[in-house]
Design a protein around this ligand. Sequence first.
Ligand code: TNX
Length: 632
Amino acid sequence: MPPVPTPAPGPLDPSSVVGAERPAGHPDLPVRQPAAAELARAATRSAEDALTPPAGDALVPPTGDLLVPPAPTAGRAAPVARVRLGDVVPAPERVAPVAGADFVLTPDTVIRVSPDDAARAVAGQLADLLRPATGYPLPVADGTRAGTGGDIALALVDSADLGPEGYRLDVTSDGVRVEAATGAGLFFGVQTLRQLLPAAVESPTPAAGHWVLPGGSVSDRPRFPYRGAMLDVARHFFGVPDVLRVIDHLARYKLNHLHLHLTDDQGWRIAVDSWPRLAEVGGAGEVGGGPGGHYSRDDYRRIVAYAAERHVTVVPEIDLPGHTHAALTAYGELAPDRVAPPPYTGTEVGFSYVDPTSERTYEFVADVLGELAALTPGPWLHIGGDEAFKVRPEAYAAFVERAQRIVAATGRTVVGWHQIAPAAHSEGRVLQWWGTGGEDPVTADAVRRGARLVLSPANHAYLDMKYAPDTPIGHDWAGLIDVRRAYDWDPGTHVAGVPADAVLGVEAPLWTESVASRAEVEFMLFPRLPAIAELGWSPRATHDWAGFRDRLAGHGPRWAAAGVAFHRSPEIPWPTEPPAPAAPQAAIPTEPEPGAPARPHPAIPTRPEPPAPAAVPRQPGPEEASAPAPPA
Ligand code: TNX
């Protein structure tokens, strides 16, 4: 039986995306539907273009983004939202406001920095962040005498208690000073500084604003070392500019790992010199029959370098031994029957695998992981391991153990979905746990044998789940996940028998069966990504839904100003009125209308689609016993 193609996914209904064009005051006028080509053009606009104006012409606005409102422009009074020192997301470890110590950024402000390349790089990034909206020159100069005299100082200091990522931020009426032991710490301090300025600072074009920072001090460092998000570039391909923009989003919320799900049944997205057909043939498709694509080695290097500049480590995943249909289309010799199948554009899982009994398979694994390790400076190689339903448990464990040895031989540390738990331990290995219950004895046993966990519980952290029944894209097999559900769990105690010190951190995966454009990616990321970021960064003592909800509310205007699409969750008290003065607020458009009928997404059939050849529908594992049943 040939594979069953899924219909091409349509663009997200723009009326449900904050920032969509909706003629103000004419609710009955039809909303203009951007054509697919327009959406594609908007989606290919580069992250640098969107966020950093061209050198020498800092005031040129970016070309129009169809899905975002115009940012406030010079000459028009933008509302002045008063930011408090404690409004930061993720919540800092310690915040001590000081009344009357506010600092005002002026056209004369200078950024002073320790004479060190890592610190200078952060100073340059701070200037790039602040120049477009303020229009101030903000020169960067070596030397950090004080953080007085109206300046912002970024100082590298010898301080063990700040750790590798912590920082201290002091705001007085005389100046601002960020201290850290590393460039990463300064970078995270700068993300806090950025959030303390009015939302209009996110505007890519000059905005009217009173650029005040609230007085006081913040001292801060993360709870967990691994804080990540995953982008599935296999089900739908996303070009380099989209990935760079996602990296910007991670950095804003102090996330420090980007997991790229580079391969799956529908596409192989990374060039491999020794097996060229993987990308050329295996990359030429995607869910719904679109053209797909892949990253050249240079593309991938560019992503890794852009991430590194933002203190984000790329974690590349080659999903093995299942989820390999695209590889088999390119090299039939890897298939159990040695026959290359036709491409697959549907959304079933669990039907494909490379032959675990063939030596050729291990040559393929070693070649691919070897090339990927050579391109990847970070310590991790992710080997997938999920949903290989057609491989018998003994053969599966033997395959994983061999793949773990291959990773070790590259000098990297192996990461795998928690299905690899039964395999023997290998030094340092990390399991990415995506269960939906709190009991998982097999994973707990692997932890006792030395594994550490990255937590991605599907019913809290899966960003491809719908927010609500009427969410126009997404799945619901792990339940509906609005912001509170994303936020209200504790990585330190979530899995029975797994102590907090075995938890390396958290990660929010975005699977993209139904997510096909940059705007759709952002719509699923925001506002849940900051919730997961807070669980990864903030001390448990700060955990408080009401407080988080109120802090997060202030980020809606930031995303709107930056042109970032987001879901206007009814759980969040988004500001609707400017607190002061009574100037017209740049509208944060409404979405979705309460009770409005949902448009079913073509890629997410309400009835299960016919299965792929011998597809195995998702079976909940023992740890998922309490989860809602998957589509039968
Ligand atoms: C499960 S969780 C998968 C992916 C799907 C996702 C959809 C896991 C490791 N695998 O193959 O894309 O569900 O929600």
